[in-house]
Design a protein around this ligand. Structure first.
Ligand code: HEC
Length: 143
């Protein structure tokens, strides 16, 4: 039976490990970069594709189990007519549901609790920029 020399095994492992570390670093950088800071406004010609993607994410990420698109109240407020309107938080403050507010509500739902609802929503901290834009454009489109 052939037993490889230890230095040969090491030599063949090293490039693979470096490659994995580099890939991991890229993935991690991608996550933190995409989930922090203000969300850039998409180009107008990109909006229809984002709305379509957001519509799919609404189902695949199970937002639809708590947020309807027809105005009916589930565990969470309906997305129908949500964008740009005002709502009241548990502490009585009125907020306008603009893009920064919606982004914060998705990344950190507990930061501003809507009055009349329970803290049931999990934070979606690691959404990349495109998926976040897609969800926002989708919410805007549900009139
Ligand atoms: C398990 C139920 C649940 C799921 C799943 C869920 N949410 Fe929520 N969401 C809530 C509840 C309850 C609230 C209201 C309480 C609060 O402010 O956290 C809320 C609040 C929000 C708000 C602020 C609404 C307002 O009226 O100001 C947005 C925006 C939102 N969710 C988006 C999403 C998106 C996008 C997803 C999927 C990626 C999602 N939610 C998944 C339960 C859920």
């Amino acid at each position: 039976m052939f037993t490889p020399m230890p230095h040969l095994v090491l030599a063949s492992l090293r490039p693979a490990r470096t490659g994995l570390a580099a890939t991991l670093a890229l993935v991690l950088a991608g996550c933190s970069g995409g989930s922090a800071g203000p969300l850039p406004t998409p180009a107008p010609q990109d909006v229809p594709a984002l709305v379509e993607l957001g519509k799919q994410l609404h189902v695949s990420m199970t937002c639809n189990t708590c947020h309807s698109v027809d105005g009916s109240k589930l565990n969470g407020p309906s997305f129908k007519g949500m964008y740009g309107t005002k709502t009241t938080l548990v502490d009585g403050t009125e907020v306008t549901r603009d893009v920064p507010y919606l982004v914060e509500s998705i990344r950190d739902p507990a930061a501003k609790m809507v009055k009349g609802y329970k803290p049931l929503m999990n934070p979606y901290k690691n959404l990349d920029e495109r998926n976040m834009q897609a969800l926002i454009e989708f919410i805007k489109s549900v009139k």
